[in-house]
Ligand binder design. Structure first.
Ligand SMILES: [Zn+2]
Length: 310
């Protein structure tokens, strides 16, 4: 059932409305999970998950306990125009949470979203990478909430869990705001911007069902998921471009590389020369790889997780 979460009047006639699809089973009040996406309008991986999850849950409704709320577009104007931020405001929506009722329209919307999700047993906030980088299916959690969130993260069937240091925690994100008020929220990051990777989406949906099973929301036998690699098991090495040019990868995404191995080259179409050979700083697995060929000095090319099992 489609429900309006929060809305605001736009200047001339139109209305900005955030909606969700509520799928309720037996004892709808007993448990609730929220699957949210579309904060960044150029990230579409979550659109597939929202669609497929809704379809599969309709088929499982007689085995469902509690409520699943699916929010496909927290930033509907952004999604509709494939614009990362909030159109007209040049602002990243994931920097205005937990919102406010007395500031701008978007802060009012943000507050309404937080209030609607608050109290859920689990919130899954699905992001894709940007258009520049391809990411393996992963969960990002901050150190501050790691103890509480890591056990939940294990259910989601993602390949990798990246525990961020407290210093990199952004307090104005939806996930931070929800975790701060005691609503466990996991941030999923996968694929690439403006694209859909169905296999990653299916992998996550499998994990969402495993998490629901764990929470007692699905009357189905539990099928175990493979445990993710956790970043605290190793450490992350970064590869950045020192030269501008056109990047050509020489390894595949998710490939295991050795220290000193060529990750890719920066080519110079004017001269036919190789401007730079980009070498892996450590041995490990390439979990982030640049998708977008054009690079400037300093551009992120790859992240390698060292110390992890191959
Ligand atoms: Zn995002």
């Amino acid at each position: 059932m489609l429900q309006e979460v929060v809305s605001a009047q736009l200047p001339v006639g139109e209305k900005l409305a955030i909606q969700k699809n509520r799928i309720a089973g037996a004892n709808p009040e007993a448990r609730r999970i929220a699957v949210v996406t579309g904060t960044h309008g150029d990230e579409l991986e979550g659109q597939y998950v929202a669609w497929k999850l809704a379809r599969l849950l309709e088929k499982k409704r007689d085995r469902l306990h509690g409520t699943v709320d699916i929010y496909p577009a927290l930033n509907p104007l952004g999604i509709s125009t494939i614009y990362r931020g909030l159109p007209g405001f040049d602002l990243d929506m994931n920097r205005i949470f937990p919102g406010s009722s007395t500031e701008t329209m978007y802060e009012y919307i943000a507050q309404g979203i937080v209030q609607d999700i608050a109290g859920a047993d689990l919130c899954i906030d699905i992001h894709a990478s940007n258009i520049f980088l391809r990411e393996i299916p992963q969960i990002r959690i901050n150190e501050k909430n790691a103890q509480e969130l890591l056990p939940l993260a294990h259910f989601l069937n993602m390949d990798f869990v990246w525990v961020h240091g407290a210093a990199t925690v952004l307090e104005s994100t939806l996930a931070y705001s929800l975790n701060d008020i005691g609503t466990p929220t996991l941030v999923v990051e996968m694929g690439v911007g403006m694209r859909i990777t169905e296999s990653y989406g299916n992998q996550l949906i499998y994990g969402i069902f495993a998490a629901m099973n764990h929470l007692g929301m699905l009357d189905e036998p539990y099928i175990p998921v493979a445990p993710p690699i956790v970043s605290t098991d190793g450490h992350v090495g970064f590869v950045n471009a020192a030269e501008s040019g056109i990047f050509l990868p020489r390894v595949s995404h998710v490939e295991r590389v050795e220290k000193g191995q060529t990750i890719g080259i920066i080519s110079n179409p004017f001269t036919g020369e190789i401007s730079e050979k980009l070498l892996s700083p450590i041995s490990g697995m390439v979990f982030t790889l640049r998708e977008y060929p054009l690079v400037n000095e300093g551009s992120l090319i790859a992240r390698v997780l060292g110390g992890a099992a191959s």
